[in-house]
Ligand binder design. Structure first.
Ligand code: FAD
Ligand code: 2HG
Ligand code: ZN
Length: 477
């Protein structure tokens, strides 16, 4: 899909010309100004291949100074810019809509420092999440964030989307663990908020504005993150459950009985397991049930953790809250269970055109949304699945259909947004609004807050060059 499908008009921006390209080559070197259409193809299309831009310029700076010089030039020339990290975003925020210049963190991948005592890692924004986590293991530390896209997503992208992921239940949101951010503003100003301090109450906390602003307020160049100790003992349980209400009882019991060692509580429905089996040949290690729950514990004493977990599993199987289950204590088995959960997004890409919704809801109504969507769509789909971060009240509702068409699109939206608002949820729990959801922001935020957001945008980026057509509703572009 392109801008036309979404009925968006190009803003009044300049088009990059030969002298702009010379200026960019002068800043980053010839090899780091990409203009070859074939090389740009991947950067113009999003991960789920549902939106496509037409940029003709990709820039790959290495340093903050280079980013600053690029943005200063773009601002003076009124050239629109689309910041891009690993391009794994799921709301169309990471790709251009028209011919925005793609500014990538691909080469900004240096770890600047790791302090094993405080646990603070400082690194450039282009560090890949999985690689950063591996590097940290040497210091017995881990990144407080994990997600299925870890092999490609960049820490700068994670911070710009305020990614949630699989460890949020234990380590909290990035708003707590990110201690500092360095960002370049639209006019080239370097905003150095790269603090390594756990506590700092001197005035307003500007880095919080960068977190989750999806590249609309500044370009994140470096981050400082408080990283927890690598747990000495990790275990995973995979359970088969008949009813959604039982998942909620299990969640409460897991909190009560596993307490301080509980590190993740995820769920998938039976259709998700069907899809990862069908499209990716992943094998479900237990029988067939309506729901599956993944519980992870992370602690410091394996004997203590395993005892706690075994007694928890014994209780829930005896009481029939869970119908079946398997405990994994070795690395390979844990990995294969996690893979079942983390691969649902990929399996869906093989199932047809995917409409994705990422909502926060009160836990007791979470799965009603999936039932109601199935009923409402009256068979117009290939699959309607529900899965997600149960412990955080975050449902991923996905609808696949043979191909995109307006009838299906208008049957789904605004239905899902209205449903979410009616139950006091959020239309974006973790993926952001990007290009696809910006015009629905008012289902979750008040008119006053949206107006305030617009004022902030105008202050940070008066020429509106940073990621236009994203996050804020269309009427200000
Ligand atoms: P991109 O996709 O490149 O960009 C995302 C947004 O941030 C865009 O608006 C872009 O313009 C902006 N941006 C990127 N870099 C910068 C920068 N340096 N400065 C300013 N703006 C920037 N998300 C979750 O929250 N939880 C999950 O569990 C989760 N699982 C996922 C699983 C899979 C398989 C996939 C494909 C995605 C998943 N995501 C998840 C989506 C998630 O938002 C991204 O994976 C990740 O945070 C984006 O990082 P990225 O480097 O790929 O950013
Ligand atoms: C996940 O938790 C991701 O797997 C992706 O946030 C969710 O694809 C989705 O809907
Ligand atoms: Zn998720």
């Amino acid at each position: 899909l392109t801008a036309e499908t979404y009925n968006v008009k190009r803003g009044n921006y300049s088009t990059a010309n030969a002298s702009d390209l010379d200026a960019f080559r002068n800043i980053v070197g010839d090899n780091n100004v990409v203009t070859e259409a074939s090389e740009l193809q991947g950067n113009n299309v999003d991960w789920i291949k549902t939106v496509r831009g037409q940029s003709t310029v990709l820039l790959k700076p290495k340093t903050t100074t280079e980013v600053s010089r690029i943005l200063k030039h773009c601002n003076e020339r009124k050239l629109a810019v689309c910041p891009q990290g690993g391009n794994t975003g799921l709301v169309g925020g990471s790709v251009p809509v028209f011919d925005e210049i793609i500014l990538s963190t691909q080469r900004m991948n240096e770890v600047i420092s790791v302090d094993p005592f405080s646990g603070v890692m400082v690194c450039q924004a282009g560090c890949i999440l999985e690689k950063a986590n591996q590097d940290l293991l040497e210091h017995d530390l881990i990144v407080p964030l994990d997600l299925g896209a870890k092999g490609s997503c960049h820490l700068g992208g994670n911070i710009s989307t305020n990614a949630g992921g699989l460890r949020l239940l234990r380590y909290g949101s990035l708003r707590g663990s990110v201690l500092g951010v360095e960002a370049v503003l639209a006019d080239g100003t370097v905003l150095d908020c790269l603090s390594k301090l756990r506590k700092d109450n001197t005035g307003y906390d500007i880095k919080q504005l960068m977190i989750g602003s999806e590249g609309t307020l500044g370009f994140v160049t470096a981050v400082s993150i408080l990283c927890p100790q690598k747990p000495k003992s990790v275990n995973v349980v995979f359970l088969g459950v008949d009813k959604f209400e039982d998942l909620l009882l299990l969640l409460r019991k897991a909190k009560q009985d596993l307490g301080e060692i509980l590190s993740a509580v995820e769920f998938v429905d039976s259709d998700c397991i069907g899809l990862v089996g069908k499209h990716l040949k992943l094998v479900n290690p237990i029988g067939e049930y309506e729901f599956y729950m993944l519980i992870e514990t992370s602690g410091s004493n394996s004997q203590h953790d395993e005892e706690k977990l075994s007694s928890f599993v014994e209780d829930i199987i005896t009481s029939q809250l869970a119908k079946d289950g398997t405990i994994a204590t070795d690395f390979n088995k844990m990995q294969s269970i996690w893979k079942l959960r983390e691969s649902v997004a990929e399996a869906l890409t093989h199932d047809g055109y995917t409409f994705k919704y990422d909502v926060s809801l009160p836990a007791h109504v979470m799965y009603d949304m999936v039932h109601d969507t199935r009923k409402h769509l009256k068979g117009l789909y290939n699959s309607v699945v529900g899965y997600g971060h149960l412990g955080d009240g975050n449902l991923h509702l996905n609808v696949t259909c043979p191909e995109y068409n307006k009838t299906i699109a208008s049957a789904i939206e605004p239905f899902v947004y209205e449903w979410t608002a009616k139950h006091n949820g959020s239309i974006s729990a973790e993926h952001g609004l990007g290009f696809k959801k910006r015009n629905y922001i008012s289902y979750t935020k008040s008119k006053e807050s949206i107006n305030f957001m617009m004022k902030i945008k105008q202050m940070f980026d008066p020429n509106m060059i940073l990621n236009p057509y994203k996050t804020l509703p269309g009427n200000i572009d």
